[in-house]
Design a binder for this molecule. Structure first.
Ligand code: ADP
Length: 227
């Protein structure tokens, strides 16, 4: 497939009097890693949530492959999200009662995969993220950096076409943050997933194919501007 995988054109979204998005356009190609930067409150999370079908813009279009997301029912948008998208948030949001391998296997189990097969796939992802040794531990027994690696494994176990990450290293120290960023982008590239990554990491250029900046609800392509 050539051309963009996911394209947003002229998105507007307001919360009361606050315009979070004011004509934001964005696109990501298959397998491309795009870093989304910008000051706090500029609209990055709102953009990510609209692209991922979590939030619906007030105006504008979002096309994923041949599907207009804004025209889908909530149920169809949720189904698409589960089948085609993966998510990593600032705090891993792992299920505290489950072990790490069970957490990673969970999206496959919810999709009907049998336990043995789901956990085998989960273990392979934990190994790739260099945390196979904590497979049997629960989230309360591991570090923040390990938790984020488990969250990355869980987000990729279903082979999503797009991985959305919102400040995935925001709660980590810089050394751990860089390593998680490296593992996340490497793993996504191996899996062939495109990545939309909201981050404040300064060395982001090392991991991304392209960088954009959101300011006052509008997206500016830094890479194109530098050419
Ligand atoms: P960023 O991710 O760049 O920090 P956000 O997308 O979270 O920015 O927020 C953009 C603007 O929209 C901010 O002014 C924020 O306060 C506002 N906003 C975001 N979400 C909500 C919400 N659920 N309710 C009210 N205002 C919101």
């Amino acid at each position: 497939m050539t051309g963009p995988l996911l394209t947003a054109v002229d998105l507007h979204k307001s919360y009361g009097p606050t315009a979070a998005l004011a004509g934001a356009s964005f696109s990501v190609a298959p397998g491309e890693v795009v870093a989304v930067m910008g000051p706090s409150g500029s609209g990055k999370s709102t953009l990510l949530h609209c692209l991922a079908g979590i939030a619906v813009p007030d105006a504008g279009s979002i096309t994923y492959r041949d599907t207009e997301l804004t025209g889908l029912s909530d149920a169809r948008r949720s189904a698409l999200r589960r089948s085609d998208f993966g998510f990593v948030f600032q705090f891993g949001r792992l299920v505290p009662e489950l072990t790490c391998v069970e957490n990673v296997a969970l999206p496959l189990r919810l999709g009907g995969t049998r336990r043995r097969a789901a956990e085998a796939a989960a273990r392979a992802w934990l190994e790739r993220l260099e945390v196979a040794d904590i497979a049997a531990k629960r989230p309360g027994e591991i570090s923040g950096g390990q938790g984020q690696r488990v969250a990355v494994a869980r987000s990729l176990v279903t082979s999503p076409r797009v991985l959305f990450a919102d400040e995935p290293t925001g709660a980590l120290d810089s050394l751990n943050g860089e390593r998680v960023m490296e593992l996340l982008t490497d793993a996504a590239r191996t899996a062939g997933a495109a990545v939309v990554l909201v981050t404040h990491e300064t060395r982001v250029a090392a991991y991304s194919d392209r960088e954009v900046v959101v300011r006052d609800g509008v997206v500016r392509d830094l890479t194109a501007a530098a050419r």
